[in-house]
Write a protein that binds this ligand. Structure first.
Ligand code: GDD
Ligand code: MG
Length: 350
């Protein structure tokens, strides 16, 4: 059996003002009528997976429980973090929980905030990854890059390791290179790391133990001190908070020699910012992506969202305009990465 591990602890600050601290993007219907979390759950239908394990911040527990209920799907626990320590500890806790009955299942680690246009291609890639993962490899899903994005991990493919799964050995994994290096990697045919993984729980934990034993030790302590509260699994917060904060990419994937990659061409997008959301949204004949009560005139390549009132744009290009009840954002598409600076200033000002 494969257990989906859904990581839902991100803050989504670059999609402010729609995405808020108390209601981040993974819980919003950004790409259709259901939320990104619900899309993530639905994407596994047909893979014959066990019920998922979710790991997230405690303040979002009721949103998650409610979204599972709406989707009529069960889960094997929602593990609550008092505060994020990035993805390596989050996945470690979920892996320890998945092994609670002495089994060693395959874990399909998924981000709750990705858009994938072709579920069938995603499922096909997962099926192709199974035999490599069962043999002990940490399999990631690789995407052919179309730009020198610096927010992603890059993978140099080596030899074919497994004919059956068309999985390639990962010769090098470089997380978030700078712009110049990213461009060199794109030219040299590297793949992006999609941030989704398939591996045995024990494979991940033993590689984590090898390269970052402090994370494993603190997560084990945190899990041993757990108690249940309704649907939720509360851990020993003090132990967990003493874990180093590190992503799986830096803590394990850059270091392990047991990594493999299966290519995936499924219309994948990490909708991290407004420009990437514009990319995956259906557009009108002027290339505007429009949601809500919006009227455009002589405007091109814009993303315009209205929540409460009519929004009109005249003669503008490449702008993001987001109207919500208490905040309006107008940003240039080239500056959308800087929205998180506004959010941190707002948080500082209280
Ligand atoms: N539970 C929990 N706790 N979840 C977390 C935490 C945490 O502390 N931090 C992040 N997450 C969740 C986010 O909600 C997201 O779904 C996922 O884990 C990945 O975290 P991001 O913070 O979005 O990572 P990233 O986008 O910078 O980089 C990762 O994804 C890229 C592709 O989207 C890396 O894996 C890159 O290598 C990869 O290219
Ligand atoms: Mg991301």
């Amino acid at each position: 059996d494969i257990i989906p591990i859904i990581m839902a602890g991100g803050s989504g600050s670059r999609l402010w003002p729609l995405s808020r601290t108390h209601f981040p993007k993974q819980f919003l219907p950004l790409a259709g009528s259901s939320s990104l979390l619900q899309d993530t759950i639905a994407r596994c239908d047909g893979l014959n997976c066990a019920d998922p394990i979710v790991i997230s911040n405690e303040k979002h527990r009721f949103i998650i429980a409610e979204q599972f209920r709406q989707h009529s799907t069960n889960h094997q626990g929602i593990i609550l973090e008092p505060e994020g320590r990035n993805t390596a500890p989050a996945i470690a806790l979920a892996a320890i929980h998945a092994m609670r009955n002495g089994e060693d299942p395959l874990l399909l680690v998924l981000a709750a905030d990705h858009v994938i246009q072709h579920s069938a291609c995603f499922q096909d890639a997962v099926r192709r990854a199974i035999s490599s993962a069962a043999e002990g490899m940490l399999v990631t899903f690789g995407i052919v890059p179309d730009r020198a994005e610096t927010g992603y991990g890059y993978i140099r493919c080596g030899q074919l390791t497994n004919e059956q799964s068309s999985a390639f050995h990962v010769e090098a994994f470089v997380e978030k290179p700078n712009q110049i290096v990213a461009q060199e990697y794109v030219n040299a045919g590297y793949l992006w790391n999609s941030g989704m993984f398939l591996f045995r729980a024990s494979s991940f934990l033993s590689e984590l133990d090898k390269y970052h034993p402090a994370i494993l030790a603190t997560c084990q302590l945190a899990y041993d001190g757990k108690h249940s509260d309704l649907d939720f699994i509360r851990i020993d917060n003090e132990a967990f908070l003493s874990s180093p904060s590190e992503s799986i990419d830096y803590a394990v994937m850059e270091k392990t020699d047991r990594a493999a990659v299966v290519a995936m061409d499924a219309g994948w997008s990490d909708v991290g910012s407004w420009d990437s959301l514009w990319e995956v949204t259906e557009k009108d004949h002027n290339s505007n992506a429009i949601r809500g009560d919006v009227m455009t005139e002589g405007s091109h390549h814009c993303y315009v969202y209205s929540q409460n009132r009519l929004v009109t744009t005249v003669g503008i290009e490449n702008l993001i305009v987001i109207e919500t009840k208490d905040a309006v954002l107008v940003a240039h598409k080239d500056s959308v990465q800087d929205i998180k600076k506004v959010v941190s200033r707002l948080e500082l000002d209280g």
